[in-house]
Design a protein around this ligand. Structure first.
Ligand code: GLN
Length: 255
């Protein structure tokens, strides 16, 4: 649908950046908005298209090193995402997309310039981080435990302009201690799964920012909870230290 008042969600470069079900982030976000009566317009902007500057939310997904470097080159040349962020657009970025919005990232044996939109940078870690990722979210966001799947060689270092999204209980995330980053209007995470399916409260945070609403009507999250609980139960069964907070549903946070 396309109306003047619709919430515009843009997925940037799905032809280069899309791994482990990241498309689901677009579907979940759009559906959770529509279920609250918010009209939504979704757009998939491919590498050979200009990034529009007037959308409300921009999604960036994961990718292997080669497509990631190409995406960085195209995004820097395009400049549209920077202009959108300067106009207040919201960014939800996963893995390669998360690394790309920082100042630099490592791929194929060297450092590449990122978009430098947020105060973070990435280099290479001693080993690949592959597997489940879980941990409590920054209490300031009042969200349930973060869960996801990670697969990355990079490690991410945060500056004072952003806060860690979560602390790591299982997995590696940024550096084995913290996972992801956020500041008002931006969430970066290493969590695939897709992240917004495994963490629908995170989707609702993005929607609250995008709509300016303090709270959103609760939805039936039975299936999200089943998915979360299945993954977290599997971790607990493997002796992993999974903190409480399995169910994500409950009162919708207002922060
Ligand atoms: N290429 C990046 C890395 O390995 C990101 C990987 C991903 O997006 N899954 O760190």
């Amino acid at each position: 649908m396309s109306t003047e008042s619709a919430l515009r969600i843009v997925w940037v470069y799905p032809d280069l950046l899309s791994t482990y079900g990241d498309r689901g982030n677009l579907l979940i976000l759009a559906q959770r908005a529509r279920l609250r009566g918010v009209p939504v317009q979704t757009e998939e902007v491919r590498t050979d298209q200009a990034i529009p500057t007037g959308a409300d939310v921009y999604l960036l997904a994961g990718g292997e090193d080669a497509p990631q470097t190409l995406a960085a080159e195209r995004m820097l040349a395009d400049g549209g995402l920077r202009r959108a962020v300067e106009h207040g657009a919201i960014v939800f970025a996963v893995c390669a997309g998360y690394q790309l919005v920082g100042s630099t990232f490592a791929a194929r044996g060297r450092q590449y310039a990122g978009l430098d939109l947020y105060d973070l940078s990435s280099d290479r870690g001693p080993s690949r981080a592959v597997g489940e990722l879980a941990g409590p979210v920054d209490p300031e966001l009042a969200l349930p435990l973060l869960t996801g799947f990670e697969n990355h060689g990079g490690r991410t270092h945060l500056g004072p302009g952003v806060r860690p999204l979560a602390t790591v209980s299982v997995g590696v995330g940024n550096d084995g201690q913290t996972e992801g980053a956020w500041t008002k209007g931006f969430i970066g995470t290493y969590a695939h799964g897709p992240a917004l399916s495994r963490n629908p409260a995170l989707a609702d945070l993005v929607l609250r920012w995008a709509t300016g609403r303090d709270s959103l009507e609760p939805l039936d999250d039975t299936w999200h909870d089943k998915l979360r609980n299945e993954r977290l139960t599997a971790l607990a069964a493997r002796g992993k230290n999974v903190p409480p907070g399995r169910r994500q549903s409950g009162p919708v946070a207002t922060s």
